[in-house]
Ligand binder design. Structure first.
Ligand code: AMP
Ligand code: GLY
Length: 416
């Protein structure tokens, strides 16, 4: 069969790599892909948000299965459009994708179905929002409602800072219509964890847990990023916590989806904060996480194409999803200055002579006349499996120095 993967990051490289291991697959395309997806798939020059272009390509090339990486095409309704044309596609439809596409929708869903989350208010009007923040203590979290390329969440420490953010978002329309509403919410102090789940016909089947490092610098300092390191499983996930997450969160999401008349198929990423041992939902994503996918996929034993097909056919069972016992860890090599200002286009060297225990997924690279160049803030994910997180960690760090590019930066404390 022919598979089309939509997206261009490390997540999509990991997906292409795993899909390539399936006996059912003859050909993989990745749109638009990067310098790494190129190694296992044929890159197609169509942007991930160009739904018409992707649809046209899938029809003309008789694509049997499309797998969507990023949120934007899902929120734009790529799944509905492909299904209307009778094409098989893995991901939630437009109405389900609102769980990520609108934070106010996600919060009201959580409130309605008693899913534990931070206390919140939604505002469209700047003056009312300025009044509303008086009900909260500091730090305080302000979120633009829509998709803002991961830049829509601000944690502020004073009323002055809060008013500045509200002014930027609601008055000056920093995020355009994606910021026409804000969610103001209580700050949760705890430990973050990511739980990705397969969802088939609203039935939620959790994967193994993962821990993502969101801050740019060692010791969890500096600005928030898309994620610069990860490991799996997260030792936080004891049996008793797993039971609580199932009963207090996953079962209620499932019930809520059913009650709302939604029909969710695809991946649901539940972003959690564990506060004094109790799980609370920070956010939903309607797709695989990045870099969580880079550590989960190498641990997955099962044929992923089989899992995608069973999800679409509503026959997926938890016993279909088998995991390796080993742990995995990734360190993301970034361009100096990321997530703020950075340069790209620098040659990457040493990536071909890594130890064979290392898996390398490309986040932001491109091939130009046989040279591999940096092409994003996150550049490469260096991954290893190990009997323990510590063993995986040692393998990764002892191999990083073989890779070189100008301005290469990475955290030294992933998994420590
Ligand atoms: P979100 O996109 O909603 O996950 O927010 C991005 C990041 O901001 C999260 O991964 C957390 O690190 C942080 N964050 C979001 N909401 C809260 C909250 N209520 N309390 C503390 N940190 C938060
Ligand atoms: N690693 C966080 C995300 O994928 O949103």
């Amino acid at each position: 069969m022919k598979v089309l993967v939509v997206g261009s990051g490390g997540r999509e490289h990991a997906l292409c790599w795993k899909i390539a291991q399936s006996d059912e697959v003859d050909k993989i395309y990745c749109a638009p892909g990067n310098g790494g997806t190129n190694l296992v798939a044929e890159n197609v020059d169509i942007k991930a948000n160009d739904i018409d272009g992707l649809l046209d390509f899938a029809v003309k090339n008789n694509i049997d299965l499309t797998v969507v990486g990023p949120e934007e095409p899902l929120v734009l309704g790529i799944v509905d459009r492909f299904q209307e044309r009778g094409l098989k596609i893995f991901g939630p439809d437009k109405s389900c994708a609102r769980l990520e596409g609108s934070k106010s929708f996600a919060k009201s869903f959580m409130e309605k179905y008693s899913i534990p989350t931070a206390r919140y208010r939604v505002y469209e009007n700047y003056n009312k929002a300025c009044e509303g923040i008086k009900e909260f203590n500091y730090p305080l979290v302000i979120k633009a409602d829509g998709l803002c390329l991961g830049k829509g969440v601000e944690i502020v420490n004073t009323q002055e800072e809060a008013i500045k953010v509200l002014e930027d978002v609601l008055e000056n329309r920093k995020f355009g219509k994606e910021g026409s509403k804000v969610v103001i919410e209580e700050y949760l102090d705890g430990i973050e964890a990511s739980l990705l789940c397969f969802v088939t016909d609203n039935r939620i089947i959790p994967m193994e847990s993962a821990k993502d490092y969101k801050k740019a610098y060692d010791g969890d300092l500096g600005p928030n990023t898309g994620g610069v390191g990860a490991f799996s499983p997260s030792p936080l996930f004891t049996e008793s916590l797993k039971t609580r997450i199932k009963e207090e969160i996953l079962d209620r999401i499932q019930y809520g989806l059913q009650e709302e008349g939604l029909n969710y198929n695809g991946i649901l990423y539940v972003g959690l904060m564990i506060v004094d041992g109790s799980p609370k939902v920070l956010e939903f994503n309607v797709r695989f996480g990045d870099p969580e996918t880079e550590v989960l996929i190498p641990r997955l034993e099962s044929d992923i194409v089989d899992l995608f097909q069973k999800t679409i056919d509503s026959t997926l069972d938890s016993s279909d999803i088998l995991w390796k016992k080993e742990s995995s860890l990734t360190v993301v090599l970034t361009s100096e200055g990321y997530p703020l200002k950075y340069e790209k286009g620098f040659e990457i060297e040493g990536h071909e002579s890594l130890n064979e225990s290392i898996i390398l997924f490309h986040n932001g690279t491109k091939l130009q006349e046989n040279r591999l160049l940096t092409d994003g803030g996150r550049v490469l994910s260096v991954i290893a499996l190990g009997n323990t997180i510590e063993e995986a960690r040692r393998k990764v760090y002892s191999n990083i120095n073989n890779i070189r590019f100008k301005g290469m930066f990475y955290r030294k404390d992933i998994g420590k």
